[in-house]
Design a protein around this ligand. Structure first.
Ligand code: AMP
Ligand code: ZN
Ligand code: FE
Ligand code: FE
Length: 282
């Protein structure tokens, strides 16, 4: 059996492994293909493709985009797009601007409260990678205001807490369209993360199907067999494909292993074949 991982973050967004590190690791554990799906950036793809031949692993263009549906933050995965496409780049640029505005606001709040933050350094870092709340969480831990990253999130960086600033997301329809226009295949990421009831999840996915959604991420770190089966059933019923991935972030999401999730994740190569079938109709 050939196995793959279709949900992986690198240092181009908020992972701790570079694209080359990911391929080396993937080779060591015998993965056949990996999709690099950084948050809102395609910057990791060039490096991954450069070393693709060295490690003899198939690299799939991927991206994870935050969007909004009825007030909930939904994540969309895009696969097999043309990474020189302007449609996708436009959406990414809008997200980047929104993110940078939000980051400046959070930094302002920290500064106001006397927490040491180098705004110039933040701006410099924003140029080379995607900066999100984990960046501020680290600062809060470093200055002793939180015990660890997740404590910092809980105390300061989630809705209702003092340093939480809402980001503005493009709607799901716009993102799905941009992914399709760039030749990509749009997929709903980690469908159980939104804490919808079964009915609401179904309504949501059905609506996204109307915009052109092609698949749902049925296999994901921590999903139990019954959950995978139920998502797969929903996918089949709506004529969508199934994808699967670990959401590996290196040390930024401890416990998750590339290709294996929390230990029992195994994504078959046939999932990638389904994606290719949708893109090329083979
Ligand atoms: P942002 O895109 O800036 O809103 O930040 C999202 C990132 O924060 C994601 O990559 C998550 O992994 C991380 N994150 C969100 N909530 C938590 C939490 N409660 N504990 C630790 N990390 C979190
Ligand atoms: Zn992430
Ligand atoms: Fe996500
Ligand atoms: Fe992710």
């Amino acid at each position: 059996m050939k196995y793959i991982d279709l949900h992986v973050h690198t240092t181009a967004s908020d992972g701790t492994y570079s694209p080359s590190d990911i391929l080396r690791l993937g080779k060591n554990i015998g993965l056949e293909a990996i999709a690099i799906t950084d948050h809102e950036t395609m910057n990791g793809l060039d490096e991954a493709h450069r070393v693709e031949k060295i490690y003899n692993i198939e690299i799939i263009n991927g991206i994870e985009i935050s969007t909004e549906w009825e007030g909930t933050e939904l994540h969309l995965l895009g696969y097999l797009f043309d990474h020189l496409s302007e449609d996708l780049q436009k959406v990414i640029n809008r997200l980047k601007e929104g993110r940078e505005r939000r980051n400046e606001e959070i930094a302002g709040l920290l500064k106001r409260d006397g927490i040491p933050i180098e705004i110039e350094q933040l701006r410099k870092d924003s140029k080379t990678r995607i900066i999100g709340r984990p960046y501020f969480a680290k600062i809060l831990v470093k200055c002793g205001l939180a015990q660890g990253i997740s404590d910092a999130f809980q105390k300061y960086l989630t809705p209702g807490k003092p340093y939480y600033v809402k980001r503005v997301y493009p709607d799901a329809n716009t993102c799905i369209k941009a992914l399709i226009d760039s030749g990509g295949v749009p997929v709903l990421a980690h469908p159980l993360k939104y804490k919808f009831s079964n009915e609401k999840l179904y309504t949501c996915i059905q609506e996204l199907c109307g915009y052109g959604l092609c698949g749902i991420e049925c296999m994901y770190s921590g999903y139990q067999k019954a959950q995978i089966d139920s998502l797969s059933k929903m996918a089949k019923y709506l004529n969508l494909c199934c994808t699967g991935g670990s959401d590996f972030h290196g040390q930024n999401k401890p416990g998750i292993q590339l290709g294996y999730g929390y230990g029992n994740l195994r994504v078959p190569y046939s999932y990638l074949e389904q994606l290719k079938k949708i893109k090329w109709g083979m």
